[in-house]
Design a protein around this ligand. Sequence first.
Ligand SMILES: Cc1ncc(COP(=O)(O)O)c(C=O)c1O
Length: 389
Amino acid sequence: MRVRPHLLDTPHSGIRRMADLAATLDDPIRLEGGDPNFTTPQHIIDGAAARSTAGSTGYAPGEGLPELREAIAGKLARVNGVTASPDQVCVTTGACGALFTSLTLAVEPGSDVLLPDPGWSNYAAQVHVLGARAVPYAVDASTGWRLDPAAVEAAITPATSALVLNSPGNPTGVVFDPDDLTAVAELAAGRGVAVISDEAYDEVVFGTEPFSVASRVQSDQLLTIYSFSKTYAMTGWRIGYAVGPADFVSELSLLQEPVVSSAATISMHGATVALQGPQDCVGEMVSAYAERCQKATALLDAEGIRYVEPGGSFFLMIDIRDSGLDSWAFATHLVEQHRVVVVPGLAFGQGGEGFVRVSFAAAPETILEGLARLAETLHDLKSRRRAAG
Ligand SMILES: Cc1ncc(COP(=O)(O)O)c(C=O)c1O
């Protein structure tokens, strides 16, 4: 069957490419993924199973189960400082589903969508599928990946239909300054640009409180997106949600109808239990990620290797410029010679070149072994470069 030609050019994920390479190796050290090594807390699995066993296995409303939307409104107030009624919440098939549906609604084909560079590769793929143009705005490693309101302002033109924000960030691990986020959201919304704030890692922050741009900016141009995947180790349940003006959210749920009908009922039960149940599991997992981050950066410090200190999410960007190789060549060398799988920074845009992304979703001993091999490789390549003059 013929595929629409422009879809054949969809930029595919470098993360997936590295994972495919890993699948060909014996006993690889896998630091490329964002899938937690934790399983979903048992009370969530049990709660979802119990509700299904009791007979709740049918279709659900397109916007999500009422009790889950209610629980999400409570969570937004408790965690994010966001006041939203349940009719401002649409439950989706992961944050991925929320992003795609909201971009589909907000973005005209042929228009420009501003994306962080480096930024999560799925944004560019979704924008491409929609027939729009991905326009990068730079977040620079030398500033600690800071969000620069002036750079975003300069990038907005009459052709800009939407802007994607992402904090805590993938691949950078950056937590943007609340004032910068507020300034950017206000200026973009003020110019009629749809602001889509991807806060999938909202609760995975190290030493700070979660910050949502919607706690400060009230605008009918703002949509925030969240996920159960990372906070509750529920990646395979495919469950997330979008929060915004009730009329936009209602369109979003209508658009889900012909595509997925609704998020999966059993997953919505799990999500409801996750929000209504004890929250200790979240604190425990976030502390584990913070500890992995601290151990990883201590190892890199001891080895004299540069990186940008993460403030949250699962990721750390390591500076590999001393190797003399570009990020794809370095990552390929590391996997082929030392069986350590990381993601080249270039997979996330030009701004990621010179770095590789390492994930804290793996077990601590795996991370430390992988980083030890990465450090040895970097030192080795650096001394070979010196020797070659
Ligand atoms: C920045 C970011 N946004 C969204 C998602 C998608 O999350 P979900 O599993 O809820 O679709 C991911 C997953 O890795 C991510 O890193």
